[in-house]
Design a protein around this ligand. Structure first.
Ligand SMILES: Cc1cc2nc3c(=O)[nH]c(=O)nc-3n(C[C@H](O)[C@H](O)[C@H](O)COP(=O)(O)OP(=O)(O)OC[C@H]3O[C@@H](n4cnc5c(N)ncnc54)[C@H](O)[C@@H]3O)c2cc1C
Length: 436
């Protein structure tokens, strides 16, 4: 059987590859770099972890490196300069004033992690290897091979390798998207980020301490402050300009906005990283023999910290689609449905990001916007609707329906029950019910 080929070993590639291999597909994953490698994108969402822990048992692996926990986020944004908080666990809204940091950490409050991506991505890639994926690190895919419009393999390391299916998880390099001219940049969300690391910077809150992220608007744009361990903090400035910020200006901007305190710059001789964060999406994210996932499919401005979440969910759904296709399902319909879900989620994030940049609105208006996005599915308060949407749980509840349905199908099949017979049996039972 030809392998499924995954291009890229970031969260999207590693999770898709692991899922496929765990469910019996032969998989080769090509990663152009040798891990650990540096990556931006450190503040994660709870929905991702619940899945990675429950399905892959990775909870203990994420607890081991000593990442900062993330109970939520503090914002200084909008008309008021008063900080406001968005906490994943609604109990914390009431409990927080009376808690010590110790009691907080000992509690069972819902949370995510703020991670060092070099080690986090390595955990996921090693896990894929452990699931049976043939991981080839330091080998870049130079091209996808085509037979007409069908992807039939890749060229990598000087060899041509045939594939049953190609998953493009090449991140912002968008291997397939660029080679087919499918990338559409969103002109209104073209930013750049300059960031650095500090050791010994402060916390964001007397009780939450370093276990939350802080986002602050400044005249230039906005600043992130993300503790990623007991001592290290990632600090970045996002601006509309296309130019790299120099160190004196960077320090000027961040010193007034976030609690650098006595923190010292890591790697002081060359501390600044620079990335562009233009939002974009492929015009189509799937075609015969291929599907793009994670940043290779679409990327929305990092204001909502949803990139890894989006990558992991899209990866799992695409992997389920590929397993169905390998099992004989109609490829265009199956992968088309997965792509539609991906686009829906992308548009929801995009709408909130645009609203966010609508500037100087009141706090409540963000929450009401979230409430509106959720339509009739109202939660107890607009704030809880906002948390539900921005923590990835809303998308997870919708997106993981693919996963639940697929598990049901597998269960019925293992029990020897044909789905259509089951449907008929349920119908017959209903018509036998009294009063019908
Ligand atoms: C400024 C900024 C801040 C961000 N902040 C956050 C945040 O706080 N939280 C969050 O969740 N997300 C954040 N993100 C987004 C996040 O970084 C990405 O969404 C996430 O890394 C996507 O994962 P991925 O697996 O799709 O891509 P990546 O993590 O980029 O992985 C792609 C991999 O593919 C490899 N590759 C590329 N081309 C090839 C090739 N030809 N052959 C083989 N391998 C190849 C690369 O080496 C790389 O390892 C941020 C992004 C930016 C720009």
């Amino acid at each position: 059987m030809k392998p499924v080929i995954v291009v890229g070993g970031g969260p999207a590639g590693s999770v898709a590859a692991a899922f496929l291999a765990r469910h019996g597909a032969p998989v080769i994953l090509f990663e152009g770099e040798k891990f650990p490698r540096h990556h931006v994108g450190e503040s994660l969402q709870p929905a991702t972890f619940q899945f990675l822990d429950q399905h892959f048992g990775l909870g203990p692996a994420f607890a081991a490196p000593g990442y900062a926990r993330k109970y939520g986020a503090l914002y200084v944004w909008g008309e008021s300069r008063q900080p406001w908080s968005v906490l994943f666990d609604s109990r914390l809204e009431a409990d927080l004033p009376g808690l010590s940091e110790e009691t907080l950490l000992a509690g069972d409050y819902e949370r995510a992690w703020q991670v060092d991506r070099a080690s986090f991505d390595r955990i996921l890639l090693d896990h894929a290897r452990g699931c049976g994926v043939d991981v080839r690190e330091g080998v870049a895919v130079t091209a996808v091979r085509w037979d007409g419009d069908r992807a039939v393999g890749v060229s990598a390391g000087g060899h041509d390798i045939d594939a049953a299916y190609v998953l493009d998880a090449s991140g912002q390099r968008t291997l397939v998207g660029r080679s087919l001219g499918l990338v559409e940049v969103l002109e209104d969300l073209r930013s750049t980020s300059t960031y650095a690391y500090f050791d010994g910077a402060g916390g964001v809150h007397p009780v939450l301490g370093r276990h939350a992220q802080l986002i602050v608007t400044v005249p230039e744009g906005w600043v992130w402050f993300i503790p990623i361990s007991p001592t290290r903090t990632s600090v970045g400035v996002v601006v509309k300009e296309r130019a790299r910020m120099d160190l004196p200006r960077f320090l000027d901007v961040v010193r007034t906005a976030v609690p650098i305190d006595q923190g010292v710059l890591v790697n002081p001789a060359d501390p600044l990283h620079f990335v562009r964060d233009w939002s974009y999406a492929l015009r189509k994210t799937t075609g015969p023999g291929w599907t793009a996932i994670g940043d290779a499919a679409a990327f929305v401005d990092p204001i909502l910290s949803g990139g890894v979440d989006f990558a992991v969910r899209g990866a799992v759904n695409a992997a389920i689609g590929v397993l169905r296709v390998l099992d004989g399902a109609d490829e265009a319909a199956t992968m088309g449905d997965i792509a539609t879900r991906l686009h829906r989620e992308f548009r929801a994030y995009l709408r909130l990001a645009r609203y966010w940049y609508g500037n100087n609105r009141s706090t409540e208006s963000f929450f009401w916007e979230a409430h509106e996005e959720l339509g009739a599915e109202s939660l107890s308060t607009p704030l809880r609707a906002f948390v539900y949407l921005t923590s990835g749980r809303y998308a997870a509840d919708h997106s993981f329906k693919v996963f639940q349905q697929w598990q049901e199908e597998k269960m019925f099949r293992a029990l020897g029950v044909d789905k259509s017979r089951l449907g008929q049996a349920l119908k017959a039972r209903k018509s036998d019910e009294p009063g019908r």
